[in-house]
Design a binder for this molecule. Structure first.
Ligand code: B12
Ligand code: SF4
Length: 421
């Protein structure tokens, strides 16, 4: 037997709870290498530190991995910052002198800063299916060049068939309004200037393998799914092929997905409908520069809403507005547009969470006028871990424009995600 690996899900955010599929997806490639893998899921634990300590006392491990999915809740109103809670869990592992490795979407956003803050030993950014086994090989051979391994260089292992739901108690999630995730690809080539995923290398899973994964879950009785791609439509042909293949299977399921406004065509919406997609969350910016960078315009938004109506798919807009140098007229224009071209809902965010190594960070760094519109003081050696947002509006400004129209809701003021609408 090879190494004994403990993978920990410290994510206790439960509105809604999210199955740690990142850790599940790592299990198969690690086991393929002969490693012994355990998952400890602390999501529903009422005393996570105690539970983790008990687990560590019971068994011996060669390396412990933490999945850092969320740094914080990313929304200004009622913001929650999770790293201090994770630090306490990491501190429990320290006395056992077991090396600690970090990974996950949150970790990948600011790996150096998080590694230092949490005082962990190593980290992998981006997808881990290929990178984690490579890391372990180099680690055991004492050939590591850096503490941080770049998983984007390795991509996904498209030969894997992920037969999941063995090591995580799905019932707990299902009965608390959590739904089952699956992914078709990783990465996004769009250029949203505030986004930690912008420009990440795209790699795809093989469609027949995804269908086997879904079939396995459906056979276990799970029928409600959330796509876990950054945005579904990175490659139009692939998206259409996936929907066609899923529709052909006629599984008794429904699914919801994130999409960006480009690329698309009518066929995409037809096959989405045929494959039982019932809700699209569409990421939209009112800022025209960002729209142009990502190849779409108001015409595309109008067409997408029309096609969703035609094919009976609900559309929920995730709207970001008030980007640096954008004017209030631009915000009014988009809100008026949605009043006329009505989707199911429009969630409005006008506070931009700032992350290191994004264009937004660069703009803020170079313009003291923008620094005056931050939600906390901009420190000389700002590391952006403790949540910091840019906003040029007050809630009242937006409420005035919305004027009580129930179509709109301000993100974070009320809890809930789109599929719970
Ligand atoms: C789909 C999604 C959702 C869905 C999840 C549906 C579901 N049932 O699973 C919903 C809508 C529910 C959701 C909610 C939220 N989300 Co969300 N979500 C995503 C999204 C698009 C995909 C996440 C995912 O599952 N990916 C697929 C899996 C396989 O990948 P993964 O978890 O990253 O794991 C891989 C690697 O990271 C790595 N890895 C993971 N763990 C580990 C551990 C080790 C040791 C190693 C070596 C490697 C490793 O290997 C894995 C396999 O390749 C990401 C963006 C993104 N593209 O990552 C945002 C994202 C994770 N979400 C985010 C946020 C903020 C939230 C919310 C807090 C929003 C809110 N305020 O309500 C909630 C949190 C809910 C919760 N309980 O945690 C942010 C986190 C940013 C941050 N500040 O940290 C992200 C990054 C989006 C963004 N760009 O801002 N989300
Ligand atoms: S399209 Fe979505 S995932 Fe891609 S860069 Fe923009 S916000 Fe990020």
């Amino acid at each position: 037997m090879g190494l004994r690996i403990l993978l920990i899900n410290p994510n206790r955010m439960r509105s809604p709870p999210v199955i740690p599929i990142g850790l599940e997806y790592l299990t198969a490639p690690l086991e393929k290498q002969g490693y012994d893998v355990r998952i400890v899921d602390l999501c529903f634990s009422s005393s996570p530190i105690e539970d983790l300590e008990n687990y560590l006392r019971k068994e011996k491990f060669d390396i412990v991995g933490f999945s850092i999915r969320n740094i914080d809740s990313c929304i200004y109103f009622n913001n929650e910052y999770y790293l201090p809670e994770f630090k306490k869990l990491i501190d429990c592992v320290k006395p056992h002198k077991i090396p600690i490795i970090l990974g996950g979407a949150g970790f990948s956003a600011m790996p150096n800063e998080i590694l230092e803050y949490l005082q962990a030993d190593y980290g992998i950014i981006g997808p881990g299916e290929r990178a984690f086994p490579k890391f372990l090989e180099a680690w055991q051979a004492d050939q590591l060049e850096n503490k941080i391994f770049n998983g984007w260089n390795y991509g996904l292992d498209d030969d894997l068939i992920q037969l999941r739901a063995k090591r995580v108690d799905y019932q707990n999630y299902y009965s608390n309004e959590g739904i089952i995730g699956f992914s078709t690809h990783a990465g996004c080539q769009n250029q949203c200037p505030y986004c930690i995923e912008a420009g990440t290398r795209v790699s795809f899973r093989k469609i027949p393998n995804i269908l086997k994964e879904i079939e396995h879950l459906v056979n276990l009785g799970y029928t409600h799914f959330h796509l876990c791609d950054s945005e579904f439509n990175s490659d139009l042909n692939y998206s259409i092929d996936f929907c066609n293949a899923l529709a052909e299977k006629s599984f008794p399921l429904k699914w919801t997905l994130y999409m960006k406004p480009f690329p698309y065509n009518e066929k995409l919406f037809r096959v989405l409908h045929e494959s039982n997609a019932y809700l699209i969350t569409l990421s939209v910016d009112s800022d025209k520069i960002t729209q142009t960078l990502n190849n779409y315009s108001y015409d595309d938004l109008a067409k997408i809403i029309e096609l969703c109506n035609k094919y009976k798919i609900e559309v929920a807009i995730d709207l970001l507005t008030g980007y640096p140098y954008e004017t209030i007229d631009s915000t009014i224009e988009i809100l008026k547009f949605f009043q006329k071209n009505r989707p199911k809902t429009v969630g409005i965010s006008f506070y931009y969470r700032i992350y290191k190594n994004t264009s937004l960070e660069n703009s803020i760094k170079n313009d003291p006028a923008l620094q005056k519109k931050l939600t906390r003081a901009y420190m000389e050696k700002e590391n952006f871990l403790e949540p910091i947002f840019f906003s040029q509006y007050e809630q009242d400004d937006l409420e005035e424009i919305i004027a009580g129209d129930q179509l709109f809701r301000i993100a974070g003021v009320e809890a809930g995600v789109n599929y719970q609408l």
